[in-house]
Design a protein around this ligand. Structure first.
Ligand code: SAH
Length: 261
């Protein structure tokens, strides 16, 4: 039997943000290994599968990565269809790359399926466009959490002119503020902190670079949360397109569309 492991992104939480391909993989699954940021509601697509939680929170404090690797390998070698379901996207701070490589080195076929990463979903849920003409020419996704001694080039991040989306930053707010200020980012740079993005209990705290630690503390911001730092964090899409020129352009598009139809 062909051994295959799907490394699938479950998106940020809202089950409607799951891709059709993820749903297909779940329907085919015999075994599903889930991380703890995965919303259980998505498991309705695999009612017959064996579900194995391998997350690092909750009841199972820390499942060693080597154990997860061996579990996937064992089931795949038994000819089972294995889905490794991860929060957000499997390859954005999700170890999808490492797991795919480890399995392929052992002759296991791997298919990766994108999920909507929390940083994109969090911003969109708050009507924040991560790139915006004339305001932000790009977006940089970074994690504030490292397991080695490597450090980010904060100065480059502070001066890069892109929107910063920071994962795993709740416990590092003080360091993030200090480093970005030291890198000459303006103290009044807008910040949005989005907790439990896309879930019914989503909460959103707007602040700025100087005040974000105190504001997060008063707000009792908890993980999982995303930080969006940059001029766009002051915007909502609804307030961005209000100039007359844009409205005019939009009505021209609509007319052209209706003529074609
Ligand atoms: N692979 C995941 C990221 C895993 S790292 C993805 O692509 O989204 C875990 C971090 O992701 C959390 O500490 C938090 O910063 C962020 N995160 C995950 N789900 C989130 C959610 N629903 N709302 C806000 N942040 C979330």
């Amino acid at each position: 039997m062909s051994a295959k492991v799907w490394l699938v992104g479950a998106g940020p939480g809202d089950p409607e943000l799951l891709t059709l391909k993820a749903v297909r993989a779940l329907r085919e699954a015999d075994v599903v290994l889930i991380d703890d940021l995965v919303n259980d509601a998505v498991l309705e697509h695999c009612p017959g599968a064996r579900i194995i939680p391998v997350g690092k929170r909750g009841g199972c404090r820390s499942t060693p990565q080597a154990f997860i690797h061996r579990l996937m390998l064992r089931y795949a070698r038994q000819g089972k269809c294995v889905v490794r379901l991860k929060g957000g996207d499997p390859c954005i701070f999700g170890r999808g790359g490492e797991e795919a490589q480890w399995l392929r080195e052992r002759g296991i076929e791997v298919e990766l399926v994108n999920g909507i990463t929390a940083g994109l979903a969090g911003a969109t849920q708050c009507d924040i466009p991560l790139t915006l003409r004339g305001v932000a020419r790009g977006v940089t996704l970074v994690t504030a959490h490292t397991q080695d001694d490597s450090s980010l080039n904060w100065q480059a991040l502070a001066q890069g002119g892109t929107t910063l989306v920071i994962y795993m930053g709740v416990a590092k707010l003080s360091e993030i503020r200090e480093q970005l200020l030291a890198g000459a980012m303006a103290a009044d740079t807008p910040v949005a902190m989005i907790e439990n993005a896309s879930l019914p209990h989503q909460r959103e705290c707007r602040s700025n670079l100087m005040a974000m630690e105190e504001d997060a503390c008063a707000f009792e911001l908890k993980s999982p949360a995303i930080l969006v730092i940059g001029a766009v964090a002051a915007n909502a899409i609804s307030s961005c397109g209000s100039e007359p020129a844009r409205e005019e352009a939009l009505s021209i598009d609509i007319n052209v569309g209706s003529q074609r139809a």
